[in-house]
Design a protein around this ligand. Structure first.
Ligand code: FES
Length: 103
């Protein structure tokens, strides 16, 4: 919402009338993926996909604030998104790859 990540399941949509809301569905297309989406594909940043939407949206929001994050900053930026597959290292690598590619 307005470039910040929010916990969508705890967010009352009525309170965001007029705000700029982007969901994973509005981020890119299979033919024109957002750089974070493309990096998740390139880095095998997803396994089952359960957490992938939140990880990508969190990575995108982080890169809007900080285009050159450290690994620790990426881990903090993705925190709160639980990956039951334990794929955290590849998810972090994907966000770092997206950041590096945008330089
Ligand atoms: Fe399966 Fe994260 S990829 S929960």
């Amino acid at each position: 919402v307005n470039g910040r990540r929010v916990v969508s399941c705890l967010t009352l949509a009525l309170l965001h009338d007029g705000d700029d809301v982007t969901t994973i569905e509005g981020l890119g297309t299979p033919d024109a993926m957002h750089p974070v989406q493309a990096a998740f594909v390139a880095c095998d940043g997803y396994q089952c996909g359960y957490c992938t939407s939140g990880q990508i949206m969190s990575g995108k929001a982080l890169l809007l604030k900080n285009s050159e994050p450290t690994e620790a900053q990426v881990r903090r930026g993705l925190s709160g998104n639980l990956c039951r597959c334990g794929n955290y290292n590849r998810e972090v690598a994907a966000v770092l790859a997206a950041a590096a590619k945008s330089r």
